[in-house]
Design a binder for this molecule. Structure first.
Ligand code: HPA
Ligand SMILES: [Zn+2]
Length: 339
């Protein structure tokens, strides 16, 4: 790839819609927080941590990712974690970020919901002021836990609902079909929350049908395996459903064997509203701009395709129409300058 295209990608105004804040915990910060909190972690060095990040599937990754989250204890930890992410994102041309968090990962080990969300919200407010970006928060339910546990989490979120834009569904996909959470998503919807769900990362096309037909989702995280079902592709296209695709994650979790075979351009060619995102950048070896550069290189995407992906990230966001229009105007001014 030319240096020119690389810097076009960095400067391209974009939104990140699929980012687990716990997955943005870089090994250096993991060590610093372990020390600050007097917690022992099973690694001796940053290099040893990075060497442990060789995964053969989603569960392999999740085991290490949940263990890493143990260093997060205080409001300040969550604030520092999110601040580090927002600073990197702003440097990557991100002008809007919708961050996901997994409250159950923390409440299950005795860290209060309030500690987690207060730390994240203060970092969001600071990032908006510091970088002039917009931010939103998505609360994810862990699908390997029960429906009852998801309902308890939704109840804990009640005092914070004005600060939460959407609920999502993540963790181990296989064996945990979306329909398991149909009632809790309906309850979240009744409270005015938007809905997104991981589907079709490792799970079959049937799980993507379920999030459309049973959950009534507003967005789909990943969605790769939808391409196995032509009727499903047609449904996603006519519904104008946004897919938050994560190429470096797909590579690290063996969802694709090689980026040269990544389906991002097939998705666009099929009329699907795909976006590019980093998922868990500290674990998958790249930020959002790295993801854009990786597929631009591997699949030969040109500036027009990259601009379409950035455009989709704004139109697929959970922002109000006026704010989307304002971000699109920023994108259009950038593209006009570059032309
Ligand atoms: O890629 C993912 N898939 C499912 N759950 C997750 N939790 C963090 N990242 C992921
Ligand atoms: Zn994810």
């Amino acid at each position: 790839m030319t240096a020119d295209l690389g810097s076009f990608i960095t400067a391209l105004p974009k939104a990140e819609l699929h980012l687990h804040i716990e997955g943005s915990l870089e090994p250096e910060l993991m060590f610093a927080l372990a020390e600050r909190n007097g917690i022992t972690i099973p690694y001796r060095s940053v290099e040893e941590v990075r060497a442990a990040y060789a995964f053969s599937n989603l569960q392999d990754f999740l085991d290490i990712y949940y263990a890493g989250a143990a260093v997060l204890q205080t409001r300040a930890d969550f604030h520092d974690l999110a601040t580090a992410y927002f600073d990197r994102a702003a440097a990557d041309g991100v002008i809007h970020a919708e961050i996901m968090f997994d409250p159950q990962t923390h409440t299950e080990r005795g860290v209060a919901f309030a500690i987690v969300i207060e730390g994240l919200l203060s970092a969001m407010a600071q990032a908006e002021a510091r970088h002039g970006m917009t931010t939103r928060l998505i609360l994810c339910f862990l699908r390997h836990l029960s429906e009852e546990a998801a309902f308890a989490t939704l109840a804990e979120a009640e005092p914070w609902l004005e600060h939460i834009t959407a609920v999502g569904l993540d963790s181990s996909e296989l064996g945990h079909p979306p329909a398991k959470f149909a009632r809790v998503f309906a309850a979240a919807r009744a409270k005015g929350l938007k809905i997104t769900a991981h589907a079709g990362e490792e799970g079959p096309p049937a799980y993507v049908w379920e999030v459309l037909d049973i959950i009534g989702t507003d967005r789909i995280d990943h969605g790769n395996r939808a391409l196995e079902d032509a009727a499903l592709v047609e449904r996603l296209r006519t519904a104008d459903m946004t897919l938050t695709v994560c190429p470096l994650s797909n590579l690290k979790l063996c969802v694709v064997d090689d980026l040269a075979n990544h389906p991002i351009d097939r998705m666009l060619a099929a009329g699907l509203k795909a976006t590019l995102n980093s998922d868990d950048p500290a674990y998958f070896g790249g930020t959002i701009a790295d993801n854009y550069r990786a597929v631009a290189q591997a699949r030969g995407l040109d500036r027009a395709a990259l601009a379409t992906l950035a455009r989709n990230s704004f139109t697929g966001s959970f922002l109000p129409h006026e704010t989307i229009a304002s971000h699109l105007a920023t994108l259009d001014r950038f593209l006009a300058q570059e032309a």
